[in-house]
Design a protein around this ligand. Structure first.
Ligand code: SAH
Ligand code: SF4
Ligand code: F3S
Length: 411
């Protein structure tokens, strides 16, 4: 019996891919371990969206040299986006690496395992054991060409999975105990399969018996239409939270990034979502090569206006082969300064977003007896115990940092 240790870097899609890869491993007799010393195989599923992410995966691979020397029969699998970008050169740099499987190979991972000759023939895979929330990939790849981004080159063009397969996957997860389904794709709301639109898919997943809530990530602003809002806003099972990456508050920079929208269009979409009761979080990049002090000031002012509940802020990281990587970079100090200023602002505004919830009533899906997540994606602490997996109506009476406190009927 081969025991496999799995280390995943990167986004939720990578987390979902790791689970998929584990099912192929389990069909070939592998079980999972959380103890590296006890493992016979390691699967590293990597990210390359920023240099730092790739570096972490490579330094883990470097450290495995000693682990492998302790027992040369041990197996190392290097998979995902960094594996796709770096390709065969990795085998030269790390000769002890056994299997290389780039992100584009995810659908053929089973064949890669079989052709390695290191695993027994495929049999029955383990039954997936989702927690309360299960990831379901609905689309792979990306058709955009944002000038800073490496994802399209390592993941390839969009491929939407058939709606019937997605519904079957979500149903399997519901039957195994999941209460929440998170639909995944790099531009998830561009989903289309025959006559099934993204809104149709959300509604259909929400009708699966046992499913209390449907989330999705990451949508692209240009696909949020009034028709979409109309189709989903009255469905209480569709989470009223949207993670909507803006990247910059300057229309000029957005154009240079090739994002396909202006500052005003983005803010209009945010307002329409907020009017329909959705809360918004975002991603922001500071220090894109052409970003001036004035452009950066516009990002700060957009953050002021948009009332985000959270914002993930990144220093621009040049990625080889992308158009922006040809441009003149800012010095590190400028990136640090801008990131510091932005993070400070975001912290204050997000705390204010929590304070705004006081007095509101939130529908909370309990993840622990006294703690759960609201449809709008706030963590809520309750005064009484409730069954894990149930949805509880909570009146918010206090906010501390990034936690809301509820008063429940019997408190
Ligand atoms: N598909 C999603 C984002 C995927 S990548 C979208 O288009 O919105 C996740 C986040 O990483 C992005 O939103 C962006 O903020 C950040 N990112 C991507 N490339 C980057 C780079 N070269 N440097 C810094 N941050 C980057
Ligand atoms: Fe990257 Fe842009 Fe595609 Fe998002 S939409 S994955 S940022 S290219
Ligand atoms: Fe990273 Fe690949 Fe996701 S580059 S962010 S793991 S799509």
């Amino acid at each position: 019996m081969i025991k496999v240790f799995i280390q995943t870097y990167g986004c939720q899609m990578n987390e979902a891919d790791s689970e998929e890869m584990f099912l192929h491993l389990s069909a070939r007799g592998a079980t999972r371990t959380n103890n590296l010393d006890d493992a016979d195989a390691v699967l590293i599923n990597t990210c390359t969206v920023r240099d730092h992410a790739e570096h972490r995966a490579l330094s883990f691979l470097g450290r495995l040299c000693k682990w492998k020397r302790q027992n040369p029969k041990r197996i190392i699998i290097f998979a995902g986006c960094a594996a796709e970008r770096l390709g065969k050169q990795l085998k030269k740099r790390y000769p002890y690496l056994n299997i290389l499987s780039g992100a584009k190979n995810i659908e053929h991972f089973d064949q890669t395992l079989d052709s390695s000759g290191l695993f027994s023939p495929a049999g029955q895979a383990a039954t997936p054991t989702p927690g309360l929330s299960a990831y379901v990939t609905i689309m792979r790849g990306c058709n955009f060409n944002c000038t800073y981004c490496i994802v399209p080159s390592v993941r390839g063009p969009i491929k939407c999975l058939p709606a019937a397969d997605i519904l079957a996957d979500a149903t399997r997860n519901a039957q195994a105990g999941a209460k929440e389904i998170m639909l995944l794709g790099q531009t998830v709301n561009a989903y289309q399969d025959g006559n099934t639109s993204f809104a149709d898919l959300l509604n259909r997943v929400s009708e699966i018996p046992g499913i209390e809530r449907v989330r999705f990530t990451s949508p692209h602003p240009i696909y949020f239409t009034p028709q979409f809002l109309q189709a989903v806003k009255d469905n209480p099972k569709i989470a009223h939270h949207v993670h909507l990456p803006v990247q910059s508050g300057s229309t000029k920079v957005l154009q240079e990034m090739k994002r396909g929208y202006t500052r005003e269009i983005f803010l209009d979409k945010v307002r329409a979502l907020q009017v329909a009761g959705f809360e918004i979080s975002t991603d922001i990049i500071v220090g894109f090569p052409t970003e001036t002090e004035d452009d950066f000031a516009q990002t700060l002012s957009l953050v002021d206006q948009a009332q985000f509940i959270a914002a993930y802020c990144f220093k621009y990281s040049p990625r080889q082969g992308t158009p922006a990587a040809q441009m003149q970079l800012h010095d590190e100090q400028t990136l640090e300064n801008r990131l510091d200023i932005l993070l400070n602002k975001v912290k204050g505004l997000c705390e204010a977003a929590y304070q705004r919830q006081i007095g509101s009533t939130q529908q909370v899906l309990m993840e622990e007896p006294r703690k759960g997540r609201s449809s709008t994606n706030f963590w809520v602490q309750t005064g009484l115990d409730f069954p894990v997996g149930s949805v509880v109506s909570c009146k918010i009476e206090k906010a501390e940092g990034t936690l809301l406190f509820a008063r429940n009927e019997h408190d």
